[in-house]
Design a protein. Structure first.
Length: 503
């Protein structure tokens, strides 16, 4: 079984598997092709929602939101009257505290030096870059002073990784280089949202990341590369993305709609307002119970909601492009419950439900409908799952990884098991996009990545290095990264992890 003294995990933000594979074939990523493509390959299913911070939390813990406290990148901390938004530099570091003590990050599971570069979630890392104080300085420098030179972040990430191996005594008490180095190249996400995945700037960013990976191995300037330092021969690289991407058909300003139906954004300090939402193409709606924000509303309250007593489940389906609506059934517990689904297409409504029993799920839909709401019945493998029985995440992954909504039945149940998750979730599946966050429309970009279609949730995975045989795994998932790293480094694998080692 291949083992190593060093593992480098490289996460390239916002990268589809099909596009990455095509760029490799076309020779557009020469350093990845030269050094990292001769090993294990897989198309990996990211977590849902396909959003950076939930994806990173899942990737670096080997668990899903049913195991840790944070439900996503945006959520309402009801008892503290706080709207949490991890996209703001002021709140970015709080993810390390709010993840919860019930789970451990990959940094906390490894004995020895570890380093997290550019990742917000670095709890337990021996070294992290940037530090809490450096986040503010980098924000000012990169986002305000050097907006046109945003790609320079790739240089900083490369330099910091090389520093850890060139002069480990400057960073680690025992003078040893890190057993695990995690690098997050975020610049591709910025280019995707602004210009799209087919743009020259996005492709150019991927090429720049490729060059920085090459310089990590071959060296740059006074910094020796991993080959010259003789770490490369005993090192395993893992390349993956947190999520894919898509292009919406159109952007719509959603604020007038909310005003029209009497939905008033929450102001936490005053407890004013009757809803909080973030809404790309997937909308997450946090709503108050009858007496206060400390309570989640019942189904009856959703159907007679707010000062105008609107049927919220009906009203939200009137948002342009909305195809799916999800909400909890009353009386759900952490161990058992149901999530109701309404699908709207061509003015026709279909209903279905997901029932969970601990970490197994079954999918039920109206037998009078010609097709189930996710289209699984049209695929031979997926149709076998429609047997009114409970199935594991591995069962769902095997049967649906190649489809839109891969292992989606499992993912939805895990989200709604998290007590901090929203009350109602809706999706346009990329037909329309809104870019609305906590009462404010942020921009009119049409490029996103939150939906559950195959293009947005299937990412590339490469594992290469000493003694890694050349092979292809037809499917995998992001929670497999943690147990795989632990296996490679000879560390014990906690049986509570959702993922499995790919080695």
């Amino acid at each position: 079984m291949p083992q190593s003294n060093y593992v480098v995990l490289i996460v390239i933000d916002d990268l589809r598997a099909d596009q990455f594979n095509l760029l490799l074939q076309q020779g557009e990523l020469p350093f990845i092709q030269k050094y990292l493509a001769d090993g294990l390959r897989s198309d990996s299913t990211a977590c849902f929602p396909a959003i950076t911070y939930p994806a990173q939390s899942t990737m670096l813990t080997g668990l899903y939101p049913d195991a840790y406290q944070i439900p996503g990148g945006h959520w309402v901390i009801r008892d503290k009257k706080i709207i949490r938004n991890y996209n703001t530099f002021k709140e970015l570091d709080t993810i390390n505290k709010e993840l919860g003590t019930e789970v451990k990050t990959i940094f906390e599971l490894i004995k020895g030096n570890t380093a997290g570069i550019s990742f917000p979630l670095t709890r337990g890392a021996s070294q992290r870059y940037p530090t809490k104080n450096q986040i503010f300085l980098l924000y000012i420098w990169c986002f305000i002073l050097l907006r046109r030179k945003f790609l320079h972040l790739n240089v900083l990430i490369r330099n910091k990784a090389l520093d850890y191996f060139n002069k480990p005594r400057s960073f680690f008490k025992n003078g040893e280089p890190p057993k695990l180095t995690v690098m997050w190249f975020v610049t591709s996400d910025d280019m995707l949202h602004r210009y799209g995945s087919d743009s020259e700037k996005y492709i150019g960013c991927l090429k720049d990341i490729d060059s920085k990976i090459g310089e990590l191995i071959e060296g740059k300037g006074k910094r020796k590369g991993l080959k010259e330092l003789r770490f490369f021969q005993d090192m395993i690289f893992i390349v993956i993305s947190d999520h894919g991407n898509y292009k919406a058909q159109k952007w719509i300003d959603i604020e007038p709609f909310f005003n029209k139906v009497g939905l008033i954004p929450l102001i936490p300090r005053k407890q004013d307002g009757n809803f909080d939402a973030t809404f790309g193409s997937v909308g997450f709606f946090n709503l108050r119970g009858d007496s206060s924000w400390l309570e989640h509303p019942t189904t009856a309250q959703l159907k007679s909601y707010g000062p105008r007593q609107i049927d919220l489940l009906h009203v939200l389906l009137q948002i342009p492009g909305v195809k799916y609506l999800y909400y909890r059934e009353d009386g759900n517990t952490f161990e058992h419950g149901k999530i109701r689904i309404i699908k709207q297409e061509n003015a026709k409504l279909q209903s279905a439900s997901i029932e969970y029993n601990k970490d197994k799920t079954k999918y039920i839909f109206d037998e009078n409908d010609e097709n189930d709401v996710f289209g699984y019945s049209e695929d031979e493998n997926a149709a076998n799952m429609l047997d009114n029985k409970f199935h594991s995440i591995e069962d769902w992954l095997k049967a649906t990884h190649h489809l839109d909504y891969p292992m989606f039945v499992d993912q939805i149940s895990r989200l709604f098991r998290n007590p901090n998750f929203c009350d109602v979730m809706i999706s346009t599946c990329g037909e329309t996009i809104f870019n609305y966050e906590h009462g404010i429309t942020k921009n009119n970009h049409i490029f996103g990545h939150d939906i559950a279609l195959h293009s947005a949730i299937t990412v590339p995975l490469l594992i290469s290095g000493s003694n890694i045989p050349q092979s292809t795994i037809p499917y995998s998932k992001s929670t497999d990264i943690v147990p795989t790293i632990l296996k490679l480094l000879g560390e014990p694998i906690d049986p509570k992890l959702t993922g499995v080692s790919l080695i």
